[in-house]
Design a protein around this ligand. Sequence first.
Ligand SMILES: *[C@@H]1O[C@H](CO)[C@@H](O)[C@H](O)[C@H]1NC(C)=O
Ligand SMILES: *[C@@H]1O[C@H](CO)[C@@H](O)[C@H](O)[C@H]1NC(C)=O
Ligand SMILES: *[C@@H]1O[C@H](CO)[C@@H](O)[C@H](O)[C@H]1NC(C)=O
Length: 408
Amino acid sequence: MSSATFVFIAWLITQVNCHAIELDENFHSLRDDGNWLVMFYAPWCGHCQRLHPTWDDVSRELSETEIKVGKLDATKYSDLAQELGIKGFPTIKFFKDSNSSFDHYGGRTTDAIIGFARRAQGPSLRTLHSPGHYKDAKRKHKLEVFFLLVTDNSDNEDGKLVMEKYKNISDEKVLEGYFYTGNSRIIPDDIKTKIQNYPQLIVYKDSSQYLYEGDLESMWKWINEERFLFFPKVDEISFYETTTSGKLVVLLAIDEDYDNYKEHLKLSNIARLVAWEKREKYHNYIALPFLLVYNASDGIYYLPDQAPLSMTKESFASFLEKVIAKEDIVGYGGYSFIQKVHRVIWNIYSTVKDIWDAQPILALVFFLLPTLLICFVCYNMCTMEESDEGTDEFEDEERVEGEEDKLR
Ligand SMILES: *[C@@H]1O[C@H](CO)[C@@H](O)[C@H](O)[C@H]1NC(C)=O
Ligand SMILES: *[C@@H]1O[C@H](CO)[C@@H](O)[C@H](O)[C@H]1NC(C)=O
Ligand SMILES: *[C@@H]1O[C@H](CO)[C@@H](O)[C@H](O)[C@H]1NC(C)=O
C-alpha cells in the first residue's frame, strides 16, 4: 500500500471520529456494547440545531476513550425513542451496561457534557494513592468542586460507618460531584494540621478547601449544599440544578455580547466577592445587568431596588440582608393560579417562537394554516343559516337510549 493511501485512510478515520455516529433503530442491539453517550433530537428543534456543533466537539474529544458518541433522530425512530423514555428535545443520555442509563440535566457546553459522561461512566468513588495523585486531582478539578475523605490507618467502627455513608452518597450523587478517598499521608502538612479526627471530609472549590465539621446524619445535607462553586455560570438547564440545593439562589444575568460587557463583569465581580468573603453568612449560590434572588420552594423572587450596575459591595450585601429578613422588600412570582396560567402562556409562546426561529416555513404549516382553517370554519358556521337537522339527530339518539333503558 502506498503511503499516500495510508495517509488518506488515516485522514478518513480521524474524520469519521470527529462526527457523532448517526444512529437508527439498530441502537437497540448496539447499546449493550459498552458506554454510549447519545443525543436525541428533532430536526425542527432550535435548541437541537445549536447543539449539533457542540456534539461534534464532544465526539472528537471522546474519540480516544471508551465512550461512544451518537445521535438519534427521535422523530424518525419514535418507537425506539419512546421505549427509551425520551420526552423532550434535545435529550442527552448516557447508557452504561445494558440496564442502566443516566439523563443529563446540566449545561450544554462541551465541557459540561464531557464532564457528565465521565461521571456517569464511573466509578463513583476513586482512591488517591499518592501526593502526586492528590495534586493531579486538584489540577484536574481546578474549576470544579470535589470531595475528599481523608482516612488514617486506624481501623475503628465509627470510621467504617463514615466511609460507608460517604460511599452511599457518592453512588447517589455520582453525576453531581467528584468523590475521592485517600490516606492522610497524601495531603500537605498545612491541611493536616487543621484535622483533629479521622476520617475527615473536605470539599475543594474556588481554590480553597473547607473541612466538614458536622456529624454522620448531616453529611448528605452538607454535600448537597457544597457541591456548587460560589458563583457558578449557569444556563437555563443547570440553573434548575442549583435550585435543588435547598438554599436561596442569587441569580445575576449578564450579557456577554453587550458592548459594555466590562460593566456587567464589574457587577459580577462584586457578587463573586460578596459570595466568597461572606461565605459563612450567606453561603448561597450566586450565578450569571439583571439581578434577582429566587426561593425555589415557594417560587418567589426578589429584585433589588436600585439598578444592579450602580451597586456597591455594601448595597449588594444589604439587598441580600433584606431578602433574608423579608423586611422592606417585595416578593414577586410564586405558585398562585394566575402565575401558573401566565407561565403556561409563556411556555407556549416560547415553543412557537423557537420553531419559528429554526424553521419558519414549518411553523407556518404547523400553526398558521390550522389557525386560518379554524377561523374559516368559525366564520362559515356563524354566517350559516340555522338548520334544524342537528336537532332531529339529537332527538333520535335520545329515543334509542330511552329504549335501551327500558330493555334493561
Ligand atoms: C445489569 O443486569 C445484570 C443481570 O441482570 C446484573 O448482573 C448487573 O449487575 C446489572 N447491572 C447494573 C449496573 O445494574
Ligand atoms: C448504605 O446503603 C446501604 C444499602 O442501601 C444501607 O443498607 C446502609 O445502611 C447504608 N449505610 C449508611 C452508613 O448509611
Ligand atoms: C422560602 O420559601 C419557603 C416556603 O414558603 C419558606 O418557608 C422559607 O422561609 C423561604 N426562605 C427564605 C429564606 O425566605
